[in-house]
Every structure is written in structure tokens, then in C-alpha cells.
Design a protein around this ligand. Sequence first.
Ligand SMILES: C[S@@+](CC[C@H](N)C(=O)[O-])C[C@H]1O[C@@H](n2cnc3c(N)ncnc32)[C@H](O)[C@@H]1O
Length: 213
Amino acid sequence: MALFGKKLKQEHKVMRQAERAKGALLTEYHRATPECPHPERWSMYDSMTAEAEVLEFLRTLVTTVKPDRVVETGSFLGVSTLWLAEGLKQNGFGRIVSCEYDPVVFRKAKETIAASGLEAWIELRNESSLEMQVDGMIDIFFSDSDMPIREQEIRRFLPQIKPHGIILMHDASSHLKVVREAALKMEAEGLISVILLPTPRGLVIAQKRTGRL
Ligand SMILES: C[S@@+](CC[C@H](N)C(=O)[O-])C[C@H]1O[C@@H](n2cnc3c(N)ncnc32)[C@H](O)[C@@H]1O
């Protein structure tokens, strides 16, 4: 799509599509993979926001492990941030720090979060995950920014992730490749243990290898 002759950034294009869709759920249209041959069984709001079922999973994970601190990279429109925050609200404690690099997308996410009633649980930052500083130890780390930098993110934040903390890496399907390969590489190095959830876009659930009781 062109705007004054300039190609529209993918994030901005999907942001406009999401605005037009007004929260309607669509059938997931990412391609079938050997591990997930029926993506049409899943739903999505748009192609950047995590699958609707993954959003439900994120909220349930928060109510299951009761984190004090959740860190998310790649807020996009703030939808996954809000689902994580819903879990925190249900728990009655905890906080999520989420970063979004793109200033236009960040502003939109900020507006949505301000209107959600969940703002108190969220610290939204307009910065890169590779520069973001977070105080203290992390209970859940959700890596969902730019695919090629996910490995760097995990390596960067690994010392701050609790031994029984949960690491999630989205977009880890065998088709999208780069995130899956990064997770398996870090597993082969003995840094993390990995489970590959067979969702349409793929979700890695991992834990640090050191420090577990
Ligand atoms: C897949 S979307 C995130 C979807 C969101 N987590 C959800 O499920 O609702 C990825 C987002 O990461 C942002 N991004 C890319 N590189 C980044 C970086 N280095 N730091 C923070 N955000 C980044 C993009 O602008 C984009 O909005």
C-alpha cells in the first residue's frame, strides 16, 4: 500500500486493518505447517497480534504462576499486553513492562491501554528491547518483537529471568523458522529447555537450565 508514494510499513498497514476490523475475530490464515496442519481451527484479530487462543493462554499462564514481574517485547497495539494485564488484575498484584519500538504504533497502544481500565498494571515504553533496562528479576518473559532479534533478547535478559521463570517466544513455527532455530540453538548450548507448542505461528515455552531445584 502506498501513501504519497511511500511504501507503508507492515506494522502500520496491519494497524489500519485492525482499526477497520474493530475487534472482530478472523479465521487464522497463516499457512499450515507439518506440526500445525489445521491453522483454520484457530482465530486471530490480525496477523501481528498473537492468535486469540494464545492470548487466552497468556492470561491463564499469569493466573497460574502468579508473577510479580512480566516483561514483553513488541507491544504492537497492546492486545497481548492487555491479556497479560487481565491476569495480573485477577491475581491482584504484579506488573508488566512492555516495549514497542515504533513511535506511531506505540501511541496507538498507549491510547488503547489508557481506555482499557488496566493501565495501572502496565508500564508501556517506547524503546527497543535491546536497550530497555528492567529492574529486578523476571517471572515471565514474552519475546514477541522483530523475529531476527529474539535470540539477542533472550540472551540479554536471561540473567534476569528467575530459575523457575517462564520464557515465551512467539512466531516459532517451522515455517517462520528463525525463532524456532534460535530457541533450538540456545537449547543445544544448554542455556534453556524448550517445548515447541504447535500453534499456527508457533510458541516456544522455555525455562533456564541453571538454578532449577
Ligand atoms: C508481532 S508484533 C507484537 C504483537 C503483540 N505482542 C501482540 O500479540 O499483541 C511485533 C512488534 O514488535 C515491534 N518491534 C520490532 N522491533 C522491536 C524492538 N527492537 N523493540 C521493541 N519492539 C520492537 C514492532 O514494531 C511490532 O509492533
